[in-house]
Design a protein around this ligand. Sequence first.
Ligand SMILES: *Cc1c(COP(=O)(O)O)cnc(C)c1O
Length: 371
Amino acid sequence: MNKREQIIEGRSIERKILLNPGPATTAASVKLAQCVPDICPREKEFGEVLQSICDGLLKIGKATNSHKVALFASSGTGAMEAVLSSAVGNTNRILILTNGAYSLRFAEISKCMGIQYDTLFDFGEYPSLDRLKKQLSSKSYSHVVMIHHETSTGMLNPLEDISELCSDMRVRLIVDAMSSFGAYPIDFSTYKIDYLISSSNKCIHGLAGLSFVIFHESCIPELKANARGYYFNVFEQWNALRTKKQMRFTSPVQVCYAFKKAVEETLIESVEKRRERYTNNWQLLYNGMIALGFRNFLKPEYESNILLALHMDLDFDFNGFHDFLFERGITIYPGVIPQSNTFRVAIIGDLYKKDIEFVLHEMGRYFDTIS
Ligand SMILES: *Cc1c(COP(=O)(O)O)cnc(C)c1O
């Protein structure tokens, strides 16, 4: 044995079932991948890790030539802020499709940065293309901002139709696909997306700590002209990766190694197969929870099959339910829908049929204990 070798104890780590919408349940292989020799992130070897992540993300979106990647050390919201502060100019006006909590966050960020914006649609409302078209004809907008999968309600917004309309009307499209990219086929050669935002810890099943922006190369001039942020600067961050194979400032080194592994595993499973697994898990959970007496918030045709928002009108105490499940290794999540008492369960992560069956079994036991 090399005298500089460290033996990392073979530890057994309990496998939790996280039904909160990210950070998600990760595979053992991803957890293990973060355990690497310490390395300076300016070394060439680490540059190859970053390169492999970026190449893999483009492959997930089938976008190897047309699009570029900027990586940031932050949670997903960092990349939301990065896109608005990098792409939107002082004289621009953007239109935010605010049909949920995460799109309202874009409005908060805009307010904070002094970006001119309008909002369209109410919380929980399915976006009407006619209304969007009318709004886009009424004023001059530089960008439309939308969420693909609205994680507050579980609604899957019509990305393909909206991208088509924006392209026809010559408005750039910013898509937050935080809780869909990796588990929902988004093909950049057919969807006309200028900016896509996502993060390491949702449907790609990595650890928390990295966010990214995939942007079309035609956006480079506006990124160079409009950037008002220093750290969250999409052009500079991409340019450093491109020219030096480095992030501009300290990378979350171990999170990057784990993310590289998670990206590889996403490609091995394939986005289409992951979508199938998610849909099956979701359907099983949906059927089981409806059988327990719960009611879902959305009309079934709007469901993403990634997350369920459920009314709390059964006679039970959410905190008691949460704590009972938490003790058994299962985490459920509170709701954020205004004027509705809801909670959420997501099937994002390295979860399988037997996990969902276990969840339903334990939920059934909870209701037996309180009846
Ligand atoms: C999770 C999520 C975010 C970002 O949340 P962070 O806590 O900053 O990672 C943004 N948008 C959507 C749709 C999300 O699901």
